[in-house]
Design a protein around this ligand. Sequence first.
Ligand code: ZN
Length: 280
Amino acid sequence: MRGAYSMLLDGSTLTSIAEALNESWNTTVGGAWTVTSVRSMLKNPRYCAQRWHLGEYRGPGAWPPTVNETTWKAACDILAMPGRKPAGDNALRWLGSGFYLCGRCMTDVAMKATYRGIASRGTQARIYKCPKCLITRVAEPIDDYVSLVTVERLQCPDLPCLVAKPAADLRPLQVEAEELRERRKAIPRMFAIGTLTEAEVAEARQIIDDRLAEIATQFAGSAGKPALAEVLAAGDPGQTWLDLGNVRRQRAVARELMTVRLLPVGPGRRLFRPSTVEIT
Ligand SMILES: [Zn+2]
């Protein structure tokens, strides 16, 4: 990771940093590094051992920094430069592609993004189409409406409670898990020197495995909404979401927040009615 910071400071592109990282290791969730994940990794104040919560500085972290603060700040400055915004990312204009569900099909079927009309005649419109029952909905007003709801929901003060615990809070669990694994390794030795019977060995292993499984569940729960957690870490989550300026990232946040179903509206030109979009 230090290499990634120095590559950026030396003028490398995020694409080449992602390639370099992929040669050695994958992201914490096991996926390949992308321009987006490299960007958010480099911008993360955790790596200069700072604790931030909802855009507020909460003091130094109790873990060793990966890079010093100067390096981290320099990286953030570079990433904030307009020329650094990933090119072409805005080409994907459909907020709901693969995210909105068909409101007519009984099973969950994701709507596909497509066009109808003819571009040269100026009648072309972006639409969502169910690949199964083929209902279609005009995309623009739906995307506007879902954006509006997303921003409003992000402003609700209860939201941080619904998502990730900060990494620092998970540290005690991490320590406990490490200790448990060490103790599990010591069990055969205790059997060998006669401290434990065979039945006790089995029981001890069971107790440790149960607790490790519990800890794993807590970790999974806290890591369940990474995109949302990132937006919520900002001072104004609604504005931050709008400022993401990248539909793919906006969608990642929105789908961690809500389920959207597009109900059929029948033929004919009609004004958009919010009641035809079911948001849970
Ligand atoms: Zn359908």
